[in-house]
Design a protein around this ligand. Structure first.
Ligand code: ATP
Ligand code: MG
Length: 286
């Protein structure tokens, strides 16, 4: 499967762009979208899910323009919007039956599939209670289950891990990683560690533009031998800031530990292994 996003722009108002000349080619596997608030992640996902039209540009799914033929993608799509709302009076089982019927899945297979999915997102016990009584993380898991209902080949999860505890994050990761061999999975987060553990490739976005794209290691390698740490006095921080690109600071008792970017080793600094978080901070701060 091949999804080609070609020069997509989304203009919300005269001076407000959600996306600006955005292009990316997406193939099977898990693509993580990273970017600060307002970067355009949700705008991109809505456009791919065909619930929002781009102002200009093309999206080709295996060569077919889905801005003109949206049903081509809708038939094979599962989508979790960032503001996923649920029907509080239905229980999880009923809600999934309802969505299933809308997606054209019915009969005895649907019931079996729903049970499998509820098992998968660990909601079997709560399945007969109204969704209105669920915690935030439990509602989110209902949202994850409805994405998977029709065995989609394109899965879009906007901030799927919001509200999930560590155990449920692992469960989510396991649930989708098996599907990635023959599906396109796109998920967004502004939490780097979530993307780090789940995604194969990472796209870093800012101000509606793509600023970095590659396998995680490729992105991290751009900072190879460039991340250092140094401990300095609190009083020296301002001077240090003027001359260096600081990634992170940790305050200690009367000192401050600084993680920063430099092209070569300075006296008293320690070379560190770069991380995806370093690369993300560097790309979005520089
Ligand atoms: N319906 C809208 N009308 C006007 N502007 C919008 C609309 N939706 C989004 N925007 C603007 O477009 C930009 C991109 O927003 P978007 O929601 O795509 O960002 P995001 O990366 O998903 O952010 P977040 O991490 O907060 O979810 C922002 O500047 C936002 O204010
Ligand atoms: Mg968003």
């Amino acid at each position: 499967m091949k999804l080609e996003i070609k020069n997509i722009s989304k203009q919300y108002s005269k001076s407000k762009f959600g996306l600006q000349n955005f292009s990316i080619n997406i193939e099977n596997g898990i693509l993580g979208l990273l970017g600060p608030n307002g970067a355009g992640k949700s705008t991109l996902m809505k456009i791919i899910a065909t619930i929002s039209n781009p102002t200009s540009g093309q999206i080709l799914l295996n060569g077919v323009d889905i801005t003109k033929n949206p049903n081509r993608i809708r038939e094979i799509l599962g989508y979790l919007p960032q503001d996923f709302g649920v029907y509080p009076n239905l229980n999880a089982f009923e809600f999934l039956e309802y969505i299933g019927a809308m997606k054209g899945i019915g009969g005895p297979n649907l019931k079996t599939r729903i049970s499998q999915l509820l098992e998968g997102v660990n909601l079997m016990e709560a399945a007969k209670k109204p969704i209105g009584t669920y915690s935030g993380g439990m509602k989110q898991r209902v949202g994850i289950a409805q994405v998977l209902l029709n065995d989609p080949k394109i899965l879009i999860f906007d901030e799927p891990t919001v509200g999930l505890d560590p155990e449920e994050r692992v469960r989510f990761r396991n649930l989708i990683s098996d599907l990635a061999n023959d599906a396109i999975i796109i998920l967004s987060s502004h939490i780097v560690s979530d993307i780090e553990t789940i995604a194969d490739k990472v796209a870093i976005m800012q101000h509606g533009k793509l600023i970095s794209l590659g396998y995680q290691q490729e992105i991290i390698d751009t900072l190879k031998n460039k991340v250092f740490e140094i401990e300095i006095d609190n009083n020296d921080l301002n001077t240090f800031k003027v001359n260096h690109l600081i990634l992170n600071t940790i305050r200690k008792k009367d000192k401050i530990l600084i993680r920063f970017i430099a092209n070569e080793k300075l006296p008293d600094t320690m070379l560190c292994n770069a991380t995806l978080e370093d690369a993300y901070l560097y790309q979005t701060k520089k």
